[in-house]
Ligand binder design. Sequence first.
Ligand code: ARG
Length: 460
Amino acid sequence: AEVKLWGGRFQQRTTNAVESFSESVSYDKKLYKEDLAGSCAHAVMLAKQGLMSEEDRDAILKGIAEIEARIESGNFTWRSDREDVHMNVEAALTDLIGEPAKKLHTARSRNDQVATDVRLWCRNAIDNLVKKIIALQIALVQLALDNEGLVVPGYTHLQRAQPILLQHLLLAYVEQLERDAGRLKDCRCRINFSPLGSCALAGTGLPIDRFMTAEALGFTAPLRNSVDAVSDRDFLIEFLAANSIIAVHLSRIGEEWVLWASEEFGFLIPSDAVSTGSSIMPQKKNPDPMELVRGKSARVIGDLMTVLVLCKGLPQAYNRDLQEDKEPLFDSVETIGTVLEVTTEFSQNVTFNRKRISASLSAGHLDATTMADYLVNKGIPFRTSHDIVGKAVALAISKDVELSKLTLEELRSINPVFEDDVYEYLGVENAVKRFQSYGSTGASCVKEQLQYWCEKLKLV
Ligand code: ARG
């Protein structure tokens, strides 16, 4: 093996075990584009500041373009004895253009370099994830548009609670995703500051211009403190936390749809295209993709835990432990990307079983709370109304009928306040119509929500 880039003071070669243990190029080569972009900006700045000649700068820029082309056409050999993406690129550039390449690492360390690369990579990753969130929101709004007027049982404690429009439930998912996108964008703002030029930890005595490289790379500004710039991975923790919240939201959708696809619920019919079968039971059709969406949340949360624990014992400035941030970062981003895509595809491939859903609506006295509201409208205090309706429910249960099937006489035997107009509140269709205050599930409120999302997502 060749002499290391840092080999000046060394007299022995690295053992094989240490070399393969400490290499990161096998995974951090993913950062090559960001690494090359950072090097270009750095070289341009060094030349402008008189730290490198224009000829050297041009040789470097040309060499970097060549390296990029080689990497992209698969003609670049990544060497684990060159440790990481940064030293692979620098050594390859030296092989390619010779002397000028040796000026590139002026006023730069791998410590600020890697922090710069990762921030650039995250910025792009966030932009892609936000696009995927929007695609899922569009699919869910479309599903809502396709299912106008469909009433479903709403649950609390997984017990029948109150009737809601399916559209209302789907738009609840859309709201959650909107906050998820917002968290990613917020975190992007804090990511978008440049560590470049912080060097190892102390900054530099050479006359560099960090504002120039920050601007060239699209950063808001350089980070103010060089120790902070190479030390912290709080921006990653924040990103992975935002991903974990997305994973948890999608896991809950997964859980709901897996339940709904069961024979017991029978509300949701995934198409064959998004279902899988059993190797032994010929009749089976399983909603595996949504089970996996639920399951993948475990690893995304695990990735966050990895980086949290990784950072918790570290003194300030760079520690090699930080190299361990990359695999959880890449895993989290890739996993969230695929669960978003698969959930989108699943949403585009489901129908709702209207027959089963409407048959289910008669059970569970979903209109009981609306009946209590009726009594409130008659001037009865809510707590008393609750008690009266509770007795009506008990009577309905004893007779094995719905509340709407109790006669006026039976209702009056509980309390004489009941009149004929009570039947305008009973039955799920009547009940759903009553929910009219801001944010409720009544048709007019849901229509307003739908309009809002159609405009925001540029549908129709
Ligand atoms: N591969 C390293 C990482 O990912 C790059 C920085 C290494 N710096 C150092 N001084 N060894 O963290």
